[in-house]
Design a protein around this ligand. Structure first.
Ligand SMILES: Nc1nc2c(ncn2[C@@H]2O[C@H](COP(=O)(O)OP(=O)(O)OP(=O)(O)O)[C@@H](O)[C@H]2O)c(=O)[nH]1
Ligand SMILES: [Zn+2]
Length: 362
């Protein structure tokens, strides 16, 4: 498999030659394609190798987020014979999906690196939960990748279009796809987000059908799904490792363990984008720094009173804002920069929309 087909870019080539120039070792580039706990597999131009993180990298890493994870591009020292390769450096990431470690105030957990798209998969059965979707969207916006909501198992639904509209209302400006991995309906629309060399990740609770979807996209039963697993008494987390798959269509897709909950981690803009409707309303508040509590001329409160905005939605917005105040911290400057560039225009258009709407109303 060539590096190009794994998503190698000129920017990565440049970063890699930087690493080479600062090292006396003979290193080769590769991408982490499998992660099972601490165990990494790296695909190089030649082959897939098991890799161990070099002690220097382990000890100098500022936090868990700096350590290599699925999707990362890395610099490897090849083993002399059979053994493991040594992973000496992680090349700069253009995006990073980070979840706050459960129970930890500080450490973020890197779920996947260098994603172009994050597919937030929501099941049709008992899994569908608007508040969780909002959280997931915030997580995705913060990564620097584009979020796309995927409603799975549409074959179980009578009113697919109605459900799509419902979700579109929760996530203004975010594409919403509906598909069935069983029938194949809607699967092409997802593939359209993954042209050759682009990387996506499937994020969603256990049982929403992520593995079934990967099997369908690969055209073979590569992954065990809950239906085929013998002992299904626990009924969750059939997938216990993360893996990057090269799809026949040229795109790259990461499947991972189901996520029971989404923590909040990262920058303020993530919340703003998941709540673009509230942001747009806030543009109509009398005071620019309105906190939407009891200020006069608050357009957000007014919308709640008129029934145009759900009070619960405003509540979860405020909750996320509060959580973020505790967890703001510097992320990778590269990620930050790319993210700003990527999202700046969306925030601007949400503001513009708010202004026109206000003019139209008065
Ligand atoms: N009706 C219907 N069932 C589906 C569809 N996709 C998946 N399922 C079923 O949903 C169950 C869970 O699917 P999985 O693919 O194992 O779910 P997962 O998200 O990978 O779960 P974890 O590996 O535990 O994270 C299985 O019984 C599948 O057969 C679909 O499009 N329609
Ligand atoms: Zn206000």
């Amino acid at each position: 498999m060539s590096l190009d087909s794994l998503g190698w870019t000129p920017a990565l080539a440049l970063a890699f030659s930087d690493v080479l120039s600062q090292s006396s070792l003979s290193l080769v580039p590769g991408r982490v394609v499998r992660q099972a706990r601490g165990l990494l597999s790296v695909q190089t131009a030649g082959r897939v190798l098991l890799a161990r993180t070099a002690g220097r990298l382990l000890h100098h890493a500022p936090g868990a987020e700096a350590l290599p994870a699925i999707g990362d591009w890395v610099a490897l020292q090849l083993p002399a014979g059979e053994g493991e390769a040594l992973l000496h450096a992680v090349l700069p990431r253009h995006s990073a999906l980070v979840r706050r470690e459960a129970g930890s105030e500080r450490d973020g957990q890197l779920l996947a690196a260098n994603l172009d798209v994050v597919f937030l998969v929501a099941g049709q059965d008992d899994d569908f939960n608007p508040r969780r979707l909002e959280r997931a969207l915030t997580l995705a916006w913060n990564s620097g990748a584009a979020p796309v909501v995927v409603l799975s198992k549409t074959d179980l639904l009578d009113d697919v279009e109605g459900r799509v509209q419902e979700v579109e209302a929760l996530a203004p400006g975010v594409p919403v796809l509906a598909l069935s991995a069983h029938t194949g309906d809607g699967v092409d629309a997802l593939l359209a987000w993954l042209p050759a060399g682009k990387t996506g990740a499937l994020l969603g609770s256990s049982g929403v059908g992520k593995s079934t979807l990967v099997n369908r996209l690969l055209g073979e039963e590569r992954l065990a799904t809950q239906a085929v697993r013998e002992d299904d008494s626990r009924g969750r987390h059939t997938t216990t490792h993360r893996e990057l798959f090269a799809l026949p269509s040229g795109g790259l897709l990461i499947d991972g363990p189901g996520m029971r909950e989404f923590g909040m981690w990262g920058e303020e803009e993530g919340v703003e984008n998941a709540f673009a409707d509230i942001l747009a309303l806030a543009a109509g508040c009398r005071f620019a720094d309105c906190e939407h509590r009891s200020e006069p001329g608050c357009a957000v409160r007014a919308a709640v009173e008129e029934g145009a905005l759900e009070a619960a939605r405003l509540g979860s917005y405020e909750k996320l804002r509060r959580e973020q105040a505790h967890h703001l911290r510097q992320t990778d400057p590269l990620v930050r920069k790319e993210y700003r560039r990527h999202m700046g225009s969306l925030i601007k258009s949400a503001r513009e929309w708010g202004k026109t709407k206000r003019r139209g109303d008065s």
